[in-house]
Structures are given as C-alpha cells and as structure tokens.
Design a protein. Structure first.
Length: 237
C-alpha cells in the first residue's frame, strides 16, 4: 500500500475530543482505556489519532497538523452544519473553536479549527502551485487585511492584528470599498472576541451588520458574511 502519514495528537481527556470530532462527522474507529487512553477517528480519507495525558494543558498547546482536501468549501459547510446540530451554534472562541474560511497568499483556501485538546487542525485546498507567500497587496485596505489576517491566524498575534485594522479604519484620506469595510469589520470583531474586548466586538459587529450591500458585493464578501453570521450567533459573556 502507499505510504500514509497519521498525526498523533495530545489531549487531557478523550471524551470531549471524541464528541467534537463525532459532531464533525468523524467515526471513532478505535478506543482504548488502558494501559494508556488512546483513540482513532476517521472521516473519508482523514485519520487522526489521540492520546490523553492527565497533566496536559490544552490552552497552551502548539500541536497542529494540515489536512489537504479537494473541496474545502464543502468540508467547511459540513463541519459548520455538524457543529450547529451538536452545539446549537458555531464555536468561534475558546476551546473548541472554528475560524473563518479564507483565501491565503500562499496558494491555499483554508480554515483553522481547534479541538477541545487544543490541537489546531488546518484544513485547506490548493489554489495555486506556488507555496511561497505572494507579495503583500499595494492597495491600502487590501494590504491591511493581508497583514492583519496573517498576524491573527498564522502568528496568533490578535493584539497586533487589532492595531493594524484600527489604524486603517481611522484613515480619513482614503476610503475602503464596502466589501473591504465588511471584511475589516468582521475581522476586527473576530479579533476582539479572542481578546475578550466585548465593546469593540459589539461595535464592529453593529457596523458590519448595518452595511447595505448589492448582490454582487454580497457574493464577493460571502466568506466574511458567513463569519459574521457565526459571530452574531456566538453567546456574549
């Protein structure tokens, strides 16, 4: 048979992790309780394995893996539907959580999800052959979106991403398109939620919701509108 790589990821306890992946449509194909807690989940060609450690801290985890698919949009919608059915909403902060679907500068369309064990699963589809980061856009607002997204998702620097968005939204000599404004406001609300800044999140969400978009603009901003829907449904502390 051809070679196959299978990630083996840590968690504190297995039950919440298995419940999460079951909600996503995975099947638990193996589970043992002794001598060490261990489990396997599978969905189509995706297989993930987990081991439990009593003193493991999920919030400090840096475990990650990448899942390549030829239908990232379909998988994203399927995962969202499963989570809505299981949790009543899409978890957007804390553990577990699912991030927005985005086109990245290095030739993939992807989303990130973090399970209850703190493992970040990146799910993507190649959109180009070049795996290197493309140059940042020259246009002011596209450039800000580019850098803020990388800071928030690739570097985990939510505070730095917030500064980039806030700075460009304060500009008075340039104006974003309505789609760019939607994308910036949704990203700002998302970042504010991660930082626990509820006032900033509410302000950005209100501004994004109030935007009047044409059908063409709604189609262009569909990823941001999907994320807006999820953020609006998220419970407020």
């Amino acid at each position: 048979m051809p070679e196959k790589t299978i990630p083996i990821l840590p968690c504190r306890t297995l039950p919440p992790v298995l419940e999460f992946y079951t909600a996503l449509g995975f099947e638990v194909t193996y589970q043992q309780r002794s001598p060490n807690p261990y489990a396997v989940v599978e969905r189509g060609g995706i297989e993930l394995q987990f081991f439990a450690m009593k003193h493991y801290e999920p919030t400090g985890s840096i475990s990650t893996c990448y899942v390549l698919t030829d239908d990232v949009d379909g998988l994203y919608q399927a995962f969202r539907a499963g989570l809505k059915a299981a949790y009543g909403r899409i978890p957007t902060r804390g553990l577990p959580r699912v991030g927005p679907l985005k086109d990245m500068s290095y030739g993939v369309r992807q989303f990130l999800m973090t399970d209850p064990g703190g493992n970040c699963i990146r799910v993507g589809q190649r959109t180009g052959e070049d795996r290197h980061h493309g140059p940042a856009p020259e246009e002011t607002f596209a450039r800000a979106l580019h850098h803020a997204s990388l800071l928030a998702d690739s570097k985990g620097d939510a505070a730095g991403a917030a500064k980039v968005v806030d700075r460009v939204l304060r500009l008075t000599d340039e104006t974003p398109t309505r789609v760019q404004l939607l994308q910036l406001l949704v990203l700002r609300a998302d970042i504010a939620g991660r930082l626990g800044d509820e006032d900033a999140a509410a302000t950005a969400l209100a501004r994004a919701t109030a935007l009047e978009l044409t059908e063409a603009e709604r189609d262009q901003g569909r990823d941001a509108l999907t994320r807006l829907e999820d953020l609006l449904a998220a419970p407020r502390p």
